[in-house]
Ligand binder design. Structure first.
Ligand SMILES: Cc1cc2nc3c(=O)[nH]c(=O)nc-3n(C[C@H](O)[C@H](O)[C@H](O)COP(=O)(O)OP(=O)(O)OC[C@H]3O[C@@H](n4cnc5c(N)ncnc54)[C@H](O)[C@@H]3O)c2cc1C
Length: 485
């Protein structure tokens, strides 16, 4: 196994549980890849960026269970929004059956007027009535589809864009409509629990301790600081890998779970260039995410997390609160505006993490410019920051954060089983039908493990089903299937 991100880890754990001796080689000094945390020179531990999961991410949930990390993810039922004037709104499920369960809080959602809501409801019904697969979406962008569905500018900007740019890390004009529609179908329409936001209550790297144990217990090995510089293939069979120190090592089979642009440099040229089977990977573009970490000298925020409308900053996470799970439980059930922090936490100040997805405009800006911009925006929505002292700040720009879900990108995503015997691929960029997410990475890892075991004549399945369709959504999805749509 090459690569210790979520794709490599999920594959390694699944194979170890199936009784295989797995050797996992990871270039960095820690596991988790793009979803990890590390220690700053001053000793504070930061996630490279806040990562959230959703209730509909069934394979990631299964992986966390396997490695004993499920209890470290806390789920939140209430979503908090704030506009440029600091006005708060919330969204949460009601007892109505899907796809109507969010309707009551949607009707009360103050940032949108009646015309916006009518337009959104029409588009949502188009998705739900077609079981998540409305006609005529092949190869078009999400923006094209929204315009076709006659969405108002406010509906696009303050609703669709807010959800989808965060979920897919790309602008609506560069997002395949199928991906955008699936987010709404799986998270908000098909099932009551799909939208629930899951947030780790520990630094990301702490979620992966169980992975190492699972591999070691079955006689395997996890090697960190062990980069691979070449994959050797002969007569259509994987032969060996060459490590950065020049040592060659072999195995019965190999799963490559590195980012797609890294893979291109490791493979023999006849596979990655010209008409090679993986040359299409060169067409997959990436998009950036910027994380801004701010440490204030006092409490400036009471919600566990906030989604911002009409700002460059998209999400603010209250890390101090999120790491205090028992405190979090109390605050999440409180009305907005009341402090849920212990006096000890208030005295210690507060650590916030801001996230800006598809942050193309921030890439050329300096660290200080980004911090200043974020502080100005926080002053709009969290007035307490105006008088608070900023003790410390860090900006982490991930330029190639995720692959861009451009219209038609799926044709460049290869399956996990390659034409080369005993060589397999895993990674959020492989063909999973999911966008670049932790769920997509775990799906790819499970699929690669299944493909490997099948090739060795010991088939086993790891992939988990989606959440079941519920209520009217189940009825409509069913009648669509029956009609052969
Ligand atoms: C800033 C940011 C925020 C995100 N937020 C979210 C979120 O909120 N929710 C969500 O679901 N997803 C989010 N994602 C996406 C998610 O992190 C990724 O989809 C997922 O982690 C990808 O996992 P992976 O295993 O496919 O790839 P990676 O995590 O990239 O793993 C690849 C591994 O291969 C290793 N490697 C590379 N080269 C070599 C080599 N030569 N030899 C050995 N090892 C090598 C790397 O060090 C790495 O550990 C975010 C991503 C970023 C960057």
């Amino acid at each position: 196994m090459i690569g210790g991100g979520l794709a490599g880890l999920s594959s390694a754990v699944a194979l170890a549980e199936a009784g295989l001796q797995v050797r996992l080689l990871e270039k960095r000094p820690h596991l988790g890849g793009r979803a990890t945390s590390y220690t700053l020179p001053d000793g504070s531990e930061v996630d490279n960026c806040q990562h959230v999961t959703l209730g509909c991410c069934t394979n990631l949930a299964d992986f966390y269970l396997r490695v004993g990390a499920a209890g470290k993810i806390r789920f939140y039922d209430r979503l908090h929004f704030v506009d440029a004037q600091g006005r708060r709104s919330t969204m949460e499920a009601s007892p109505l059956p899907p796809p109507l369960h969010m309707a009551p809080s949607f009707l009360l959602f103050s940032p949108l007027n009646l015309a916006d809501k009518r337009a959104i409801a029409g588009a949502m019904m188009e998705i739900a009535l077609n079981g998540g697969n409305p006609p005529g979406i092949g190869g078009i962008s999400m923006l094209d589809w929204l315009l076709r569905m006659k969405q108002t500018p406010a509906a696009i900007e303050r609703f669709w864009r807010v959800v989808l740019v965060s979920a897919l890390d790309e602008e609506l004009s560069r997002t395949d409509a199928r991906y955008g529609i699936e987010v709404f179908w799986k998270a908000f329409l098909a099932n009551k629990g799909g939208y629930r936001v899951g947030i780790p209550s520990v630094p990301l790297v702490d979620l992966y301790a169980g992975c190492r144990e699972a591999v070691l217990q079955r006689g395997g090995e996890v090697r960190l600081r062990c980069g691979i510089r070449e994959i050797r293939v002969r007569e259509n069979r994987f032969v060996s890998v060459v490590m950065d120190d020049g040592i060659e090592t072999t195995a019965d089979a190999c799963i490559l779970a590195v980012p797609h642009d890294v893979l291109l440099n490791l493979l023999p040229k006849e596979m990655s260039e010209g008409n090679g089977p993986l040359s299409g990977l060169r067409n997959i573009k990436t998009s950036p995410i910027t994380g801004v970490h701010l440490w204030y000298d006092r409490t400036v925020m009471t919600e566990p997390f906030l989604t911002l409308l009409d700002h460059t900053t998209q999400w603010v996470f209250n890390k101090t609160l999120l790491y205090k799970t028992s405190e979090t439980a109390r605050t999440n059930s409180r009305p907005t505006g009341q402090s849920g922090l212990s006096s000890e936490a208030e005295a210690d100040g507060q650590y916030l993490q801001l996230v800006i997805s598809a942050s193309y405009d921030l890439v050329p800006k300096s660290r200080q410019e980004i911090i200043d911009l974020c502080r100005r925006e926080l002053a709009d929505v969290l007035p307490a920051t105006r008088d608070a002292q900023l003790r410390k700040a860090t900006v982490i720009k991930e330029i190639n954060a995720t692959f861009s879900p451009e219209p038609g990108v799926d044709r460049w995503r290869p399956p996990q089983k390659m034409a080369v015997d005993n060589l397999f691929l895993a990674g959020d960029w492989t063909r999973t039908s999911w966008p670049a997410t932790m769920e997509g990475a775990v799906r790819s890892g499970y699929l690669a493990a299944e493909a490997l075991l099948a090739e060795f004549g010991e088939p086993k399945s790891f992939l988990q089903p989606d959440l079941p369709f519920e209520g009217l959504s189940k009825l409509w999805a069913h009648s669509n299937n029956e009609a052969g749509l």
